[in-house]
Ligand binder design. Structure first.
Ligand code: NAD
Ligand code: ZN
Length: 384
């Protein structure tokens, strides 16, 4: 599925997973159709909306009105905003609230929020009554292009992020691009790092388009809203790429790993920053992509001027691309290497890194020796 039929029509992208296939519906104002779409999926079902307190203030009314317009009865579960909710305690609260709301098999959980709400509500839906259906209504750019699509759900362990979870695909993803009007610029930018990731890993034409249209993609953010076609095009193109990759490799046995471009470096930096507001996930990914590009140059597989184009674009979008741009102290190269090794992409002491051969062409470099990587990190940690 591709472009909208008429201006104003949503873009529909299908995630082709056989009997678990579902649509991503992308467009301004699509929240109004939530109830009609839920009813079409599960006639007679009731819904419980899970959201956080910030999103509740801004968008819960619209979601409830959307459900009511389709004559779907709903209840609400509101949690505190922030990564801290992705805990055993947060999960327990949601599971108990869903049971108390008398949700039964065949009813629907609606995850209204960013990646935190989506991961948490999706995981609760996976386990309450051994599996409830759920709808993702992502409200951050990161969630619209990434976390709401693909069925990965999780909470954090004290030993690491996203270590407890399940694959549980949603039945529908409703991405209302107008909901991003209220998103703080810093959060939008962080999500934009994932958009650039898609372009770099597999679509040179999309990268060129982003390079020419980045201003329009950001239009309206932090300025009272009103973003238009360019925002929607960037989101839909990203979603198409993620949907295609997930359809080919749902459980990440191969190609889906390419989506980790910038993430092995990025996760190490996030962990070093204590998963705090000092460094948002998308900011860590931007620095991680820049490091992956530079390391690809070092390995002789990427032309330096191509790396400079990729990194320059991230920088122009206002994203950090060097470690030193993030204030405060960083651990040394050995500690960062340890954190990289704790990431899930390690096999027998050697690292699997996603590197770049060109814009639009990422590949998995297996068995990366830690020694040259360590030397590279030592250099990158020196003020430049
Ligand atoms: N499941 C996956 O495949 C996957 C992929 C990537 C990231 N993730 C997870 O996603 C999480 C990060 O998601 P995120 O960046 O969306 O963070 P988030 O959910 O914490 O949202 C960021 C902040 O924005 C607020 N917010 C959300 N929507 C808003 C809106 N429309 N207007 C104003 N404020 C709004 C939230 O309340 C929160 O304070 C992490 O926990 C990460 O592990 C999961
Ligand atoms: Zn990411």
């Amino acid at each position: 599925m591709t472009a909208p039929l008429r201006p104003g029509d949503p873009t529909i992208v299908n995630v082709a997973l056989g009997e678990r296939a579902y649509d991503l519906v992308i467009g301004r104002g699509v929240i109004a159709s939530l109830g009609a779409r839920a009813r079409a999926l599960r006639p007679g079902a009731k819904a419980a909306i899970v959201t956080d307190d910030i999103v509740a203030r801004l968008h819960l009314e619209a979601a409830e009105a959307g459900l009511a317009a389709g004559r779907v009865a709903s209840s609400r579960v509101v949690i505190g905003a922030g990564e801290g909710a992705k805990s055993y305690a947060g999960l327990e609260r949601i599971c108990e609230a869903l049971i108390a709301a008398r949700l039964e098999r065949g009813d629907l959980v609606v995850a209204l929020g960013g990646g935190v709400v989506g991961d948490l509500a999706g995981f609760a839906a996976a386990i309450v009554r051994r599996g409830l259906d759920y709808i993702q209504v992502p409200t951050t750019l990161l969630a619209q292009v990434d976390s709401a699509v693909g069925g990965k759900t999780a909470i954090n362990s004290s030993q690491g992020k996203n270590l407890i979870g399940a694959f549980h695909q949603p039945r529908l993803v409703l991405a209302d691009t107008a909901m991003l009007d209220t998103l703080p610029m810093r959060q939008f930018r962080a999500g934009y790092a994932e958009v650039v990731k898609y372009a770099l890993l597999g679509d040179a034409g999309f990268f060129a388009w982003l390079d020419a249209n980045v201003k329009d993609v950001f239009a309206g953010i932090g300025a009272g809203g009103g973003g238009g076609a360019a925002r929607e095009h960037a989101i839909a193109t990203s979603c198409r790429m993620k949907a295609a990759i997930v359809a080919r490799d749902e459980r990440e046995s191969g190609e889906r790993a390419l989506l980790n471009l910038g993430h092995t470096f990025g996760h190490a930096l996030e962990a070093a920053a204590g998963f705090s507001d000092r460094l948002l996930h998308g900011e860590a990914v931007a620095i991680g992509i820049a490091l992956a590009a530079d390391f690809s140059v070092r390995r002789g597989v990427l032309a330096p001027e191509t790396a400079a184009r990729a990194i320059g674009h991230l920088g122009r979008a206002g994203l950090p691309v060097r470690i030193e741009e993030v204030a405060g102290d960083w651990p040394d190269a050995d500690a960062l290497l340890d954190l990289m090794a704790q990431d899930k992409k390690v096999k027998r002491g050697k690292l699997n890194l996603i590197l770049l051969r060109d814009i639009g062409h990422a590949y998995m470099a297996p068995d990366v020796d830690p020694a040259p990587l360590r030397a590279f990190l030592v250099e990158k940690l020196k003020p430049q």
